[in-house]
Design a protein around this ligand. Structure first.
Ligand code: IYR
Length: 230
């Protein structure tokens, strides 16, 4: 029987999946090469004063937005900021929250755990990086009449999209870090986001300042992060 180009499921069209099967050998090589590429990714806190074309940011966001999501609701908005006045406002508000966090909200244990990373309450990358991408999660959607419409597995969906964005940024030879000023509601205010959106993660994007040093840390080996049941 000839393969149909599309079929109907519950009255909805399903199209033929374009499969990309590799030979065993290519499979091993391609997965290893991608691992090696991603193993070089590091969170970078210092950014060069070099612009990144808007077109690149658009492509990175389109890539992240290919992420799977609960019932394909795509419950995210990626806000890309290059406006320096806005970046300065974001930095000021983030540092005010971080000052409060480092001085009173974070436990001594937490601050000790962060010592190897060299983080502190100062966030110059919020002004130095050519772009900030702030990911908002949509806790629900709003229909044309402003009525609430459900989204599903919002944190999982947006978390996956964030991971794909980080991967795409690294693949483009750019750097980022996951900044989570807490609380983050100042971001929705500064960016004028609608009531159904909550800030999820802030990612500066740019080229690393040269030279840049990153913490000399190791990743857990496979046997510590996995269990196989064969
Ligand atoms: N949000 C703070 C603190 C911080 C917390 C963790 I956990 C980190 O891995 C890094 C930083 C900050 O951005 O400095």
């Amino acid at each position: 029987m000839a393969t149909e180009s599309h079929i109907s499921v519950n009255g909805h069209t399903h199209v033929l999946y374009k499969e990309n099967a590799l030979s065993q050998e290519e499979l091993i090589k391609q997965s290893e090469d991608f691992y090696k590429l991603l193993d070089e990714r590091r969170s970078v806190r210092e950014y060069a004063d070099i612009p990144v074309p808007k077109e690149v940011i658009e492509t990175l966001i389109k890539t992240a937005s290919t992420a799977p999501s609960g019932a394909h609701k795509q419950p995210w908005t990626f806000c890309a900021v290059s406006n320096s006045v806005l970046k300065t406002k974001i930095r000021a508000a983030a540092e005010a929250e971080e000052k409060e966090s480092y001085e009173s909200r974070m436990s001594e244990r937490w601050k000790k755990d962060l010592e190897p990373m060299g983080t502190n309450m100062y966030k110059p990358f919020l002004e130095d990086a050519p772009w900030l991408i702030i990911i908002f999660k949509k806790v629900h959607d709003l229909d044309a009449d402003g009525k609430k419409v459900n989204n599903y597995y919002v944190n999982e969906s947006v978390g996956i999209a964030a991971g794909m964005l980080i991967t795409a940024i690294h693949n483009a030879g750019l750097v980022t870090l996951t900044h989570t000023p807490s609380p983050m509601n100042f971001l929705a205010k500064l960016l004028g986001r609608p009531s159904n959106e909550r800030a999820f993660l802030l990612l500066p994007v740019g080229y690393p300042k040269a030279p840049t040093y990153v913490p000399d840390i190791e990743r857990k080996p496979l046997n510590e992060v996995s269990e196989f049941y064969e």
